[in-house]
Ligand binder design. Structure first.
Ligand code: BEZ
Ligand code: FE
Length: 299
């Protein structure tokens, strides 16, 4: 057998790692070893740099548990989460595209009636979301579930507020015409959590840690592919520099400012100006590609 030199080591390791009965795991390990060795050959790390990387990964692991997922955040900021999302959701051009789930989804949101207010006194400017859920040909989908969550007008999510009840989240159902109305507050841009190992790394860069203003949606309907997505506010200054690369063109939406005195989508006369977001979600027929439910680890 050949002994190890800088030139022979990759082939020796690859040959050893042929002994993996599961063909998919073998493919993954062969590819990972090939790319990792090429990466190391390219950057030629010093031993100090190698230890810095190991210590960073160790801290990232220690900061990942059931309440926080620093590894997912690391995957987000290098665009891997979005690449995995794109590969797994190659939908028809008409269908509403998916984007990252993010760490703030909570599984036990309250089921609310059409038009209900998820803000319930949370800080922020009043906003209504009015829309529908449709199939590819435009037919309305009745009884679709819309699980909605967002940060409040100060950029904080439920888990970051740490209160008792649900904060800025709720589950709605589309009506017989596929329509729904949600009362909320205008989302604002916010920074990803910067107090962990990912924040340490980001501070060595000039990359903005901000996410553009958005509202999250998880939409499910019988016989259709589940869509996990966001709607983004078009004029937000961070729309082109989203730190997790989640923005796709069809998800950029106009929030219209309506004057005081207008009738709100729930039929009241507005005493203050309010924002109005109108959007029709389009679901592709099929079943969910992956049965995995999104992780709900709050950062
Ligand atoms: C979010 O939009 O909630 C989010 C997504 C990725 C990283 C951090 C936050
Ligand atoms: Fe978010």
């Amino acid at each position: 057998m050949a002994y190890v030199t800088e030139t022979t080591i990759t082939d020796i390791v690859l040959e050893r790692w042929m002994a993996v009965p599961d063909p998919r795991l073998r493919q993954i390990m062969q590819s990972m070893i090939t790319h990792l060795h090429a990466f190391v050959r390219e950057i030629e790390p010093t031993e100090e740099e190698w230890m810095t990387a190991i210590e960073w990964l160790t801290r990232t692991g220690k900061q990942s548990h059931d309440k926080r997922q620093e590894f997912i955040l690391a995957s987000d900021v290098v665009g891997v989460s979005m690449l995995v999302d794109c590969i797994n959701h190659r939908l028809s051009g008409e269908a509403t595209p998916t984007t990252v789930t993010g760490p703030f989804h909570v599984h036990d949101s309250p089921e609310l009636v059409d038009g209900a207010d998820i803000a319930k006194g949370a800080p922020g400017e009043p906003c209504y979301i009015v829309g529908s859920v449709r199939g590819l040909g435009g037919a309305p989908i009745a009884g679709a579930t819309l699980d909605i969550w967002q940060a409040d007008g100060e950029g904080l999510y439920d888990a970051q507020r740490g209160g008792d009840g649900a904060w800025m989240r709720g589950i709605f159902k589309s009506d017989d015409d596929g329509r729904f109305v949600v009362q909320t507050v205008l989302p604002v841009p916010y920074s990803i959590p910067m107090d962990g190992s990912v924040g340490d790394l980001m501070r060595h860069t000039e990359i903005s840690p901000m996410r553009p203003s958005h509202i999250h949606f998880l939409i499910e309907a019988q016989g259709h592919r589940r869509v996990i997505t966001h709607l983004f506010k078009k004029s937000c200054r961070y729309i082109e520099t989203d730190v997790v690369y989640g923005v796709k063109a069809p998800l950029i939406t106009e929030f219209k400012l309506m004057p005081a005195g207008s009738t709100t989508p729930t039929g009241k006369l507005a005493e203050r100006p309010f924002w109005l977001l109108e959007y029709d979600f389009v679901l592709q027929p099929g079943e969910n590609a992956s049965a995995a439910t999104p992780a709900s680890a709050a950062a």
